[in-house]
Write a protein that binds this ligand. Structure first.
Ligand SMILES: NC(=O)c1ccc[n+]([C@@H]2O[C@H](COP(=O)([O-])OP(=O)(O)OC[C@H]3O[C@@H](n4cnc5c(N)ncnc54)[C@H](OP(=O)(O)O)[C@@H]3O)[C@@H](O)[C@H]2O)c1
Length: 261
């Protein structure tokens, strides 16, 4: 199978750690050039050194808060100026706060809309002129909540499904330009975000985090959390030339956790 990623350029939003960074690592290993981003310069500098040490594709970073349109414009221009083109755009964001409906005010809803849905719209809009030049790939990171709402995460349950509507519509609108767009939906992949959510649940139930993790794992047919590398393997395939006929689709990486057909 030919991935043909060597020499191609990927811009990955919100990628200083966790799932976004795991994708950056896999792409660099395959010889792609990658721009990672996040809000903390020191963290990004350290992570770029880690990518450079892999010794294959090139890596660069740009600080950007993806809730700010001017930061998104700067991030996209920086990528195009640094590597002359953009072949792949990976949309990602921090997770929204946990909370039930009656615990969340308008500010929480607006913030999550801007972070988890509008930032994807803005990233695509800015990157589109470059992606259109020779075709390319867009990959949106969402959540298993696109298939099955997660209790206590109403903001995720609401805005991640918006990504699916956006992606499915753009699959038709962008196909004439040779642009393929898909969504990848993690179930429980072991990152800081999942640790944070497990701690929130543990605090709510008055138990320790290990108890919550053990309960979560029993509900997953493969009986464990996924690793960021396992998630990145699927993302890398979807971004590569090997994926030439799947667009507008959503793919769960969840160890079988979601029970819907
Ligand atoms: N891990 C899972 O199994 C899982 C499951 C379902 C959904 N998800 C979702 O998938 C996404 C990534 O998950 P993860 O586990 O990789 O999370 P993570 O470990 O918390 O990483 C989040 C990344 O987003 C960056 N970020 C957060 N807010 C940002 C902002 N406003 N502007 C720019 N960058 C920002 C963070 O960097 P800085 O803080 O330095 O900016 C960090 O690099 C999240 O939305 C999460 O909710 C994950």
């Amino acid at each position: 199978m030919e991935l043909n990623l060597a020499g191609k350029t990927a811009l990955i939003a919100a990628s200083s750690q966790g799932l976004g960074f795991a994708i950056a690592k896999q792409l660099v290993k395959e010889g792609a050039n990658v721009v990672i981003s996040g809000r903390e310069e020191a963290k990004l500098k350290e992570k770029v050194s880690e990518l450079e040490a892999l010794g294959t594709g090139k890596a660069a970073f740009q600080t950007a808060d993806i809730t700010k349109p001017e930061d998104i414009k700067r991030l996209v221009s920086y990528t195009a100026e640094t590597f002359r083109t953009i072949d792949m755009l990976v949309n990602n964001a921090g997770g929204p706060p946990a909370g039930a409906f009656e615990e969340l005010n308008d500010d929480a809803w607006i913030d999550s809309f801007e972070l988890n849905l509008l930032s994807y719209v803005r990233m695509i809009r800015e990157a589109l002129p470059y992606l259109k030049q020779q075709g390319g790939k867009i990959l949106n990171i969402a959540s298993s909540s696109i298939k099955e709402p997660i209790p206590g995460l109403i903001l995720s349950n609401t805005f991640r499904t918006g990504i699916i509507g956006l992606s499915k519509t753009l699959a038709s609108e962008l196909a004439p330009f040779g642009i393929i767009i898909n969504t990848i939906a993690p179930g429980r992949i072991a990152t800081d975000r999942v640790k944070h959510l497990d701690q929130v649940n543990a605090d709510k139930l008055g138990v320790d985090i290990e108890t919550v993790e053990a309960q979560m794992k029993t509900a997953i047919p493969l009986k464990r959390y996924g690793t960021p590398e396992e998630f990145a393997n699927v993302a890398t395939f979807l971004l590569s030339d090997a994926n030439s006929y799947m667009t507008g689709s959503a793919f769960l990486v969840d160890g079988g956790m979601v029970k819907s057909i």
